[in-house]
Design a protein around this ligand. Structure first.
Ligand code: FE
Length: 202
């Protein structure tokens, strides 16, 4: 089972414990095939990962028409690149600007746009992040190493089962001559959740 990440935790969080209990019960009752569960997890953890989202961001930086489409109808624009399905049925892209920084959280549980970002990181599911991102977003960002100037507003988006958000970070300076692939390599998972920025080219 690709559940090794639990072993690195000091404790099993309540949501993980419940998930494990449910999987066990459903498997015993013959309602769920553990191999199918493993396959879904592997697909989103390994094959999808956040690289799909990075391609979406790089294209938005590169093609103003695509960026406009993303703003108007992120679900369709993203699906046009082949990224759609489970946990990404309704997407909204939120664009960072020099005066606005977007941050995504799911205060209720761990809603996250799987088709573009893969599975959520452990911290995204933690009760501390879920509550503090809303109450004191700047303090949370500081802990991620992101100190925003005072004149940059922070907007926090609460994901739900109905609507998932993808942050489009600002394109770093000095990237004008970069290819789409090179641009995508600058786009981190954190920059698409809002807990980081895109990498500055070396
Ligand atoms: Fe959720």
């Amino acid at each position: 089972m690709p559940h090794d990440h639990h072993d690195h935790d000091n404790h099993l969080d309540p949501m993980d414990a419940r998930t494990r209990a449910l999987e066990t019960i459903l498997t015993r009752k013959g309602l769920v095939d553990p191999a199918a569960v493993d396959e879904i997890i592997e697909t989103y953890a390994e094959k999808v990962g956040p690289r799909n989202g990075a391609q979406v961001v790089a294209r938005a930086w590169d093609e103003p028409d695509f960026a406009d489409w993303l703003k108007r109808d992120a679900t369709a624009a993203i699906a046009s690149m082949g990224f759609s399905g489970r946990q990404g049925e309704h997407m909204r892209a939120v664009f960072n600007t020099p005066r606005l920084h977007n941050l995504v959280v799911c205060t209720l549980c761990s809603c996250y746009p799987w088709p573009v970002l893969g599975l959520p990181p452990v911290w995204y599911k933690s009760p501390a992040y879920r509550s503090r991102a809303v109450i004191e977003p700047r303090a949370v960002l500081r802990e991620f190493g992101l100190e925003l100037p005072g004149d940059v507003a922070v907007r926090v988006w609460d994901s739900t089962a109905e609507l998932r958000y993808l942050v489009i970070p600002e394109r770093p300076a000095g990237t004008e001559s970069m290819s789409r692939e090179e641009l995508a390599a600058l786009v981190t998972r954190e920059s698409m959740i809002g807990t980081g920025l895109a990498k500055v080219p070396a």
